[in-house]
Design a protein around this ligand. Structure first.
Ligand code: PMV
Length: 336
């Protein structure tokens, strides 16, 4: 186990002596960033180079259980995962920070969203795994502590411990003790935003992992410097818009932020992008509707899925333009 993980676990009072041999399924929701995490100040601790801001979709996410075992095993949607594959390696690297020598786990995960499609399944997955670890080891830690630990597995997982609007600041601490997802104050928790996700059938796996692309862009794209400025401006505009209860400004700013994030790929030598013909078609359709006066926008992560953003009052009318989408209202309640 790395020294930094040992030090932080000790400081947090988190022991690695199992309290039970097996846990129930623990749930964590997905979160969708409206101001993106894209670039790191520390690639090992997954400390971001920019603040980010997300909303949680409490009806979608991951359920994970843990069992002490003779060897590591991951079962995802009832399928045994190749232990040499990139997904298992990421999970085992996280578990290596969380165990004493000779401890192995059977990890069982169920999702009600597709994985590896840019739908934040890894955020929900690592948050649910952290909650299961807390059960296994008998941790009585607050959400903020678990949010910090989950970040060691996948940065965006740190924003999956609260409902409503969640902010993840860059922080200044080299060990990231001040950089984890925290609910925005009540004044910035506004209802009325609707996020629509595509139905499962239309999903395609993403081609380039966010981890690899963030590093590639930070080292090789001149547009990365501009992105850092865009992100700072967008997070601040978004927080102002939430305070003023201006959902239309939230939607247009979130879309601009997503466009800026994806634009960083344009300065790379190879042709990297997360588009499909369908994602372009949807964005053009959204733009046309906006020109007709609908306050609608989109956001997109490191995958081809286009998520729609609109006002809840418009959801029923917009549904006919996007029959393949499921519309969900974002509620500012904390996690139940
Ligand atoms: O947590 P990761 O390493 O899967 O990064 C995800 C980053 C984005 O989804 C592209 C943006 C975000 O803030 O969620």
């Amino acid at each position: 186990m790395s020294l930094w993980a040992k030090q932080l676990l000790k400081e947090m009072g988190l022991s690695l002596q199992p309290a039970v041999g097996t846990t129930d399924f623990c749930f964590a929701p997905i979160n969708i960033a409206l101001c993106k995490y894209w670039g790191k100040r520390d690639p090992v601790l997954h400390l971001p180079a920019t603040d980010s801001l997300s909303v949680t979709l409490p009806c979608y996410g991951a359920w994970t259980s843990l069992k002490l075992s003779l060897q590591d095993k991951i079962i995802l949607q009832d399928q045994l995962i190749d232990p040499q594959g990139p997904f298992a390696k990421k999970v085992f690297a996280f578990l290596d920070l969380m165990r004493l020598p000779g401890q192995y786990f059977e990890v069982r995960t169920e999702l009600n969203i597709p994985h590896s499609a840019g739908l934040a399944s890894s955020a929900a997955g690592f948050a649910a795994l952290t909650r299961a670890l807390a059960k296994l080891y008998g941790w009585k830690a607050p959400a903020g502590t678990l949010a910090q630990v989950a970040r060691w597995g996948s940065g965006s997982a740190t924003r999956s411990f609260d409902n409503g609007w969640v902010y993840w600041p860059v922080g200044v601490d080299p060990l990231g003790r001040d950089s984890y997802g925290q609910p925005l104050p009540d004044a910035e928790q506004i209802p009325g935003l609707c996020i629509a996700l595509p139905s499962h059938r239309s999903l395609k796996e993403k081609d380039f992992s966010s981890r690899i692309m963030m590093a590639h862009v930070a080292s090789n794209s001149l547009l990365y410097e501009a992105w850092l400025k865009c992100s700072q401006r967008d997070c601040s505009v978004l927080r102002g818009a939430l305070q003023q209860k201006d959902l239309s400004l939230v939607i247009t700013t979130a879309e601009r932020n997503a466009r800026a994030m994806h634009a960083t790929l344009a300065d790379l030598e190879g042709f990297y992008h997360y588009e499909t013909p369908e994602s372009w078609r949807l964005k053009i359709k959204i733009n046309n509707l906006r020109h007709k006066g609908w306050p609608i926008g989109w956001t997109q992560d490191a995958g081809p899925q286009v998520k729609l953003l609109c006002h809840i009052d418009d959801a029923a009318s917009l549904k006919k333009y996007f029959p393949q989408y499921t519309f969900t209202e974002i509620k500012p309640d904390r996690c139940s």
